[in-house]
Design a protein around this ligand. Structure first.
Ligand code: TRP
Length: 459
């Protein structure tokens, strides 16, 4: 990055794409997406998800990008500059991000746990992958290991933020493409496992009777989570872009890359579920327990597994830093806090919430400490945090962002910014104007309301 007009800009086009894609590609793609696709009916969910990304995801991303580059300010400042009455949208995003980062760091810690497990104890992992996973989360006593690694992951996230993200951005240029290629390789291996064709059928068979309000809400929340939308992160990233950058192609590239990674992960994990019979139970074991079946079936699987969890860890940390940075920037720029105080304060609360998140997965249920759902032992607190962010706060953030662009700032201003005053082509500009003004607010609003009315129950 280089400094122009006191504002840091990305030194290369690639730098921005990698940072935005680095924020987008993370645990959401590899740990969350396959689980949701599995729970919500496979093929039909994929179609709904793709439609939502293509229509709602791209337009909300474009809206955030244009707000950010127009003002060259972070989320709260940007909205204040365009219309001071709407600065609170940025504040809402910060709150959402903070809740996400609390549990995100813990799951990032699980990836580190698995790096260590594949190096030192792969035989035990492979002997019974599901038991190993549940054990990590406290099936046999306090989950000290998971909590320890979660703590390490959080401290690392905070450390990177306090030392600048330039280093990991450089590493991204190598590691993200490696992750991409590796996912393709693992996907092919998983799909060719004996018994995997049942999983492929499940993912390719489209049966819309499995789609209900919950599934649509799940797809919507997942799209926002995966694309890092609805909390102003992309506003902040685009604020570092120069007038020369093409927002139209950037939006297309980031959305496509992120969605491809999610699809690869889905077609890597679901066939493995069917081939190995390791059906994920509590604690979202997708990406952890189920994948063991794939690594076991590959020569050098121990090394490849370790490398995979390292890349997952890396993808997670480029996302966790992007979220926490937003929270810290808010506290320093808007609330006048010292950076160090803000960072330490955030970490203390993140650790407390994070501990509760991990304990609620398995340990508290088994001990009967946490209220379990009738008959089912469910990670109530963990579920609650994820529902709150994915099904309510992120859609809400995206809703107000599109409402703001569609009705307050105006689609034409956004399009002017997107095309750099007409210098870049934007063939879909009329469609964008229509979507951001009508389709997005109505669709997102309706889905949020439906979600609240029909309850937050997972189907
Ligand atoms: N998109 C990331 C993932 O898929 C998570 C993430 C990073 C995020 N920044 C965000 C989610 C901002 C919502 C908003 O793992």
């Amino acid at each position: 990055m280089s400094t122009t007009e006191n504002r840091v800009e990305f030194s290369s086009k690639l730098g921005f794409i990698l940072s935005a894609a680095g924020s987008a590609v993370g645990l959401g793609n590899i740990w969350k997406f396959p689980g949701k696709a599995y729970a919500c009916g496979g093929g039909a969910f994929l179609i709904i998800y793709l439609i939502i990304v293509a229509v709602v995801g791209t337009s909300v991303m474009m809206a955030e990008f244009t707000i950010g580059r127009k003002t060259h300010k972070g989320a709260v400042g940007a909205l204040r500059e365009l219309n001071s009455k709407y600065a609170w949208i940025g504040g809402l995003g910060v709150l959402t991000g903070f809740i996400i980062v609390c549990y995100y760091c813990q799951v990032g810690g699980w990836a580190m746990y698995y790096i260590a497990a594949y190096i030192t104890d792969v035989k035990t992992v492979w002997a019974d992958p599901m038991a190993y996973f549940l054990n990590m989360l406290g099936a046999n006593g306090l989950p000290i290991g998971a909590l320890g690694w979660g703590f390490v992951f959080m401290v690392l996230t905070a450390w990177i933020i306090s030392h600048g993200t330039a280093g990991i951005e450089k590493m991204s240029t190598i590691l993200m493409p490696v992750l991409f290629v590796m996912l393709i390789g693992l996907m092919i291996r998983s799909c060719t496992l004996p018994g995997a064709d049942e999983g492929l059928k499940y993912m390719l068979h489209v049966d819309f009777s499995t789609i209900n309000g919950t599934a649509i809400l799940t797809a919507l929340g997942q799209a926002f989570f995966s694309l890092s939308l609805g909390m102003g992160v992309m506003i902040t990233y685009a604020s570092y872009l120069s007038r020369e950058d093409n927002l139209v192609s950037n939006t297309a590239i980031v959305c496509t890359l992120d969605t491809l990674v999610a699809l690869f992960a889905g077609f890597m994990i679901i066939p493995a579920v069917f081939a190995t019979g390791i059906a994920p139970g509590m604690g979202g074991a997708f990406g952890f327990a189920t994948l063991a079946g794939v690594f076991m079936a590959i020569p050098g699987g121990q090394f490849i597994g370790m490398l995979f969890y390292f890349l997952l860890f890396f993808a997670a940390i480029t996302s966790s830093t992007s979220i926490l940075e937003g929270c810290v920037a808010f506290l320093t720029e808007e609330k006048g806090m010292q950076r160090k105080t803000a960072l330490i304060g955030c970490c203390v609360i993140m650790e407390i919430v994070g501990i509760l998140y991990v304990l609620s997965q398995v340990y508290m249920n088994l001990k009967g400490i946490w209220i379990s759902r009738e008959g089912l032992q469910y990670p109530i607190f963990g579920d609650f945090l994820e529902y709150l962010t994915d099904r309510l706060l992120l859609p809400l953030g995206a809703f107000v962002t599109t409402f703001f662009v569609g009705w307050v700032w105006g689609p034409q201003n956004s399009i002017k910014e997107a095309t750099g005053d007409g210098r870049n082509k934007f063939a879909l500009a009329p469609a964008y104007a229509f979507i951001v003004k009508f389709i997005d607010p109505i669709a997102i609003g309706a889905i949020i309301v439906a979600g609240m009315v029909f309850g937050m129950a997972i189907s």
